[in-house]
Design a protein around this ligand. Structure first.
Ligand SMILES: Nc1ncnc2c1ncn2[C@@H]1O[C@H](COP(=O)(O)OP(=O)(O)OP(=O)(O)O)[C@@H](O)[C@H]1O
Ligand code: SF4
Ligand SMILES: [Mg+2]
Length: 338
């Protein structure tokens, strides 16, 4: 197994605006907090966690759409290893041909004044891969068709398409330069359930055909399970568990993962829900506390150790890593048992 992406001690800190009469600085937000993570060539890795846990910021930091505060990102492409974090602007633009992002809302990520042809062709033209739109046409038609769009739709504008079709356009635009790595940030959250399945199936098909490596960001565990080989769980900027999808679902080892799984709706109204497994609704802030960041909400927290010592993300030997002092001792409930 080769790692396509190697993330080492990556942090992103947002400085808040200065507040009050004395223009005192508000405390920084640790959106991504010292994350180390590898993404294996050809895999689909899911990234889950509640709103504000830092999923989008981590995804954007990998492409340097937001600048990391510290840490490094390496990419082992077929044409060599690159330290993404040390590239200058010109080198970074070139690296983007090989690493792309698909966003949640196709409506706002597409320029309403550009035809679909121009939209998909743009990175071929900007990067000098095609000299003009005529040059780009063959590749644009090819990628559009592989995304389920017909060539006679290419001269239309985005408003003439449904949400699902617009997401197909976004995916085609991301794939036109034949990247090895794609980050999909909530790519189906804005779509109807029936259309969600079509887009997920499309991503699975493209991943296989193009030998893509995917980072798939979502707050929906079921959607992630459908498409991903492994799942990483994020909490307040930290990865707190990472495991193969089946292992994570059947046998979670972190109390927060257990709570997320218990919150998956089932057909049985007597089933417990995530709320009952969390001691509090508010996730709190990564800047406020020592110890385990999950401790104020954890029903297994041991007063002393959990509130004073931060648990490290530790390899448990079965392709899984967990950050909980009591991971080996707890017997948590997986999907299907709740
Ligand atoms: N540009 C920014 N400036 C200041 N704070 C930011 C900025 N972008 C994100 N944040 C903060 O960083 C944290 C992580 O945000 P992020 O959008 O990465 O979370 P997320 O897991 O993607 O959430 P969601 O599921 O709602 O998309 C949040 O506290 C958010 O308020
Ligand atoms: S370290 Fe303690 S507070 Fe944190 S998840 Fe484990 S048991 Fe809960
Ligand atoms: Mg997000």
């Amino acid at each position: 197994m080769t790692n396509l992406i190697e993330i080492t001690d990556l942090s992103v800190e947002f400085r808040g605006p200065k507040n009050g009469f004395f223009r005192k600085k508000s405390s920084p937000v640790h959106a991504v907090d010292n994350v180390s993570l590898n993404i294996v060539k050809g895999e689909a890795l899911g990234l889950v966690g509640e709103s504000g846990s830092g999923k989008t910021t981590l995804g954007r930091a990998l492409l340097r759409l937001v600048e990391p505060t510290t840490g490094q990102v390496h990419m082992n492409s077929t044409d060599g290893k690159r330290n993404i974090t040390s590239l200058d602007a010109k080198q970074l633009r070139k690296a983007w041909q090989n690493m792309q992002m698909v966003f949640q809302d196709p409506q706002s990520s597409l320029n309403p004044r550009m035809t679909v042809m121009d939209t998909i062709a743009e990175s071929l033209l900007v990067n000098g891969i095609a000299k003009n739109i005529r040059d780009a046409k063959t590749r644009v038609v090819e990628v559009a068709e592989s995304c389920g769009l017909s060539s006679d739709q290419l001269n239309r504008y985005p408003h003439a398409f449904s949400g699902g079709q617009r997401q197909r356009i976004s995916i085609a635009r991301a794939l036109v330069t034949k990247p090895e790595f794609i980050i999909c940030d909530e790519p189906v959250s804005a779509l109807d359930v029936s259309i969600q399945a079509q887009i997920l199936n499309l991503l699975c098909k493209l991943q296989e055909e193009m030998d893509l490596t995917l980072l798939f960001i979502s707050h929906d565990l079921i959607v992630v399970a459908y498409i991903c080989d492994r799942i990483a769980v994020m909490y307040l900027g930290n990865i707190i568990e990472i495991a193969p999808t089946k292992t994570l679902f059947n046998n979670p080892m972190h109390p927060y993962t257990e709570a997320l799984i218990s919150a998956i709706p089932s057909n049985n109204p007597d089933d417990i829900t995530g709320e009952t497994l969390l001691a509090s609704d508010a996730p709190g802030s990564a800047g406020e506390r020592k110890g385990c960041l999950f401790s104020p909400r954890c029903r297994y927290a041991d007063g002393k150790k959990c509130s004073t010592i931060k648990p490290a993300l530790t390899d448990t030997g079965d392709g899984r890593m967990v950050a909980c002092h009591f991971a080996e001792k707890l017997s948590l409930t997986g999907f299907g048992n709740h």
